[in-house]
Design a protein around this ligand. Sequence first.
Ligand code: NAD
Ligand code: TYD
Length: 363
Amino acid sequence: MSHLLVTGGAGFIGANFVHYWRQHHPQDSVTVLDALTYAGNRANLAGANSVQLVEGDIRDTPLIEGLLRDHAIDTIVHFAAESHVDRSIHGPAAFVETNVIGTMNLLTAARAVWLADGGKPHRFHHVSTDEVYGTLGPNDPPFNETTAYAPNSPYSASKAASDHLVRAWHHTYGLQVTTSNCSNNYGPYQFPEKLIPLFLINALHGRPLPIYGDGMQIRDWLHVEDHCRGIEAVLHHGRVGETYCIGGGAELPNITVIDTLCAAVDAAFAADPALAARFPEAPAARGIPTASLKTTVADRPGHDRRYAIDETRARAEIGYAPARDFKTGFAATLAWYLANEPWWRGVLDGSYRNWVETNYAAR
Ligand code: NAD
Ligand code: TYD
């Protein structure tokens, strides 16, 4: 039996991980530490039984030391971060605070508690991104664990710094760490600032779909459940001190993702007449193609052109392979957003906490 501390467990990937872990490892205890920023929501954990959510900051070293001792934590899975590139362009300081200082303070607490008493078995797993490797040309080989770091945005620079700190705490102090660098996630509970949920919700409201530049930037799309399985594989089979690249095997230009999304929304409205009544502002409610909302806007400054992952090491060493192709993963994601309208309406209108209190207080 393991005792997990999941930082950022009320955010998109962290919450999916908590649900995944409760389902597959019900014997383990799970404590979530989350500052509940705009991106973190209590309701993301609704239905995850026996999970204790502690509202707190990863920069708060004494708080974390107390949690590690009081909850007998032996495994930290570290998701907490500022995660949106566009926000990092407008306000980089928060990214350094949380992603760099926060990770350092978390490592400091883990070292103080885990290594002080002779070093009981423990694991610090750090969740990072392929964006630390920079950008690829069309014919470059995909990133792997030996690719040199070359971050281009304040977000990826702060994640790169955190990766280096994790590595240093292993080599210098002997902390038992692993790191995973994954590609773009999508799936339930993703805050509607990232491409897929933003465009879905804009499509339902008849708002423009803002395509940065020529829309030919390439990302490797990873369904969040596959990512959770990848982290599980690293925790169970990964070598301490190693990093593992986790991808979705779905390298697609943004425009293809957007066209898939538009066609899927049109098909959903055609198949279910009730959607037109629920979302009368959607072009699809009037038989107009959702693609009519596509709008080209100025490109993101420093926009990375292409990310791609070579997951040979993860396949060979820990038995990881993505199970969901983009088509089925995206269809499931669209269905989730259509079925969970109160969730994203609450996120958008700022009444999220009230909605949570009304709907989930009794659980
Ligand atoms: P998210 O923005 O949805 O969630 C981040 C969570 O961290 C939120 O719940 C937030 O409240 C919490 N948080 C922020 N600052 C905190 C602090 N100082 N103390 C405690 N909690 C804090 O992010 P996500 O998309 O779920 O990403 C999770 C991790 O995965 C991040 O480390 C991110 O860099 C990494 N990652 C994400 C993607 C992706 O596609 N979303 C891809 C690669 C890597
Ligand atoms: P995003 O979801 O922000 O993830 P990341 O920047 O970490 O890859 O963006 C995914 C891609 O979609 C990226 O190339 C930027 C592009 N994009 C748009 O074209 N328009 C948008 O409004 C957003 C949010 C993203």
